[in-house]
Design a protein around this ligand. Structure first.
Ligand code: CTP
Ligand code: CA
Length: 225
């Protein structure tokens, strides 16, 4: 896509995007994670840059290359993602949390590889990670805050609940049971939910196109049009 053909409506804005999964280490060779590839977040980062924004991309482990002109900050765990985001929070005017943050991490990380000898079963104790988006909601100030909801049932009800609980300005609801939506595919099928109850169901489109729609909606809501 040629930047000259894009509206330059994000000049002067600093857009923070989080993307990808997080990894929570069990020991030096194992981790707990999820199927996120980072594609949706990277598409958002690229689209925001093409529209003139300064873009900070806080990314969990992903095979994707950083989009041109985007400042990528690589992290591994949810804790690291949280610290990276809060570190840069003062610079941010728009935040989009597309990352699939692991909700739990091993309560203890073993310094040595866990060995299987003498053990027929093993249980892993997990503890809750901080909810980064909820923390951002509490420190929102005059920023515009966008979240994602990955759901396998009761999509709208769950997504609306999260939007309220995390003090969001826009929620992107994602039914991840659909084959052409969600994890590791190039297409997505989402609904855009607003705090005033307005809802738009987007048809199946590429993640680049979804990114463009999300940025359009952010801009119209910020301008109050
Ligand atoms: N999120 C976050 N920090 C976490 C968990 C989630 O910032 N520890 C963010 C995600 O980046 C996403 C939003 O919160 O933008 C919703 O994530 P989701 O997993 O759908 O919801 P949860 O609130 O984690 O609830 P649950 O997984 O139980 O449905
Ligand atoms: Ca979650």
């Amino acid at each position: 896509t040629l930047a000259v053909l894009m509206p330059q409506d994000l000049v002067g804005e600093t857009v923070l995007v989080t993307a990808g999964p997080t990894r929570e280490e069990i020991d030096p060779v194992r981790f707990v994670s999820n199927y996120s590839s980072g594609k949706m977040g990277y598409a958002l980062a690229r689209a925001a840059r093409l529209r003139g924004a300064r873009v900070l991309l806080v990314s969990g482990p992903s095979a994707l290359t950083a989009p041109w002109g985007v400042e990528r900050i690589c992290v591994v765990s949810a804790e690291e993602m949280r610290n990276a985001v809060l570190d840069r929070w003062g610079e941010v005017s728009i935040a989009i949390k597309a990352a699939a943050v692991a909700d739990y991490r091993p309560a203890r990380r073993s310094e040595r590889k866990v060995k299987k000898a003498d053990r027929e079963s093993l249980s892993l104790e997990l503890e809750k990670n901080p909810d980064i988006l909820a923390e951002l909601g509490l420190r929102k100030g005059d920023r515009f805050l966008v979240g994602f909801a990955a759901e396998t049932c009761d999509l709208l009800e769950n997504a609306r609940k999260k939007m309220r609980a995390k003090n969001l300005d826009l929620m992107v609801a994602n039914d991840v049971t659909q084959e052409r939506a969600g994890f590791d595919v190039d297409t997505n099928i989402v609904r855009l939910l607003q705090p005033d109850g307005t809802e738009e169901a987007l048809p199946e489109m590429t993640k680049d196109e979804v990114a463009r729609h999300i940025l359009d909606r952010i801009q119209s809501l910020r301008k109050g049009t």
